[in-house]
Design a binder for this molecule. Structure first.
Ligand SMILES: [Zn+2]
Length: 82
């Protein structure tokens, strides 16, 4: 869950892991640790037509969630680190 300091969503004020509730470390609006940002917009053939859902997970909760997957996540090496 993200809170922004401005209505244009330019300056990040706070990120909270939706799973465990821990506030992630921010410095000058830049997150200082691993975070997963999930966002999707449900369409006509879903039961949530027109709804946009988003959430954030800290790295530990991400690892726990993806560790329970029957099919592992697709992983590729990034040439440029963020
Ligand atoms: Zn967490």
């Amino acid at each position: 869950m993200r809170l922004y300091a401005d209505s244009e969503k330019r300056t990040l004020e706070k990120i909270v892991c939706n799973q465990c509730g821990r506030e992630l470390k921010l410095e000058n609006g830049i997150v200082q640790e691993g975070v997963f940002q999930g966002e999707t917009r449900f369409g006509y053939f879903s039961g949530k037509d027109g709804e946009r859902h988003s959430f954030d997970l800290c790295e530990e909760c991400y690892d726990r969630l993806t560790g329970s997957f029957l099919v592992p996540v697709t992983m590729e090496e990034e040439l440029e680190l963020l």
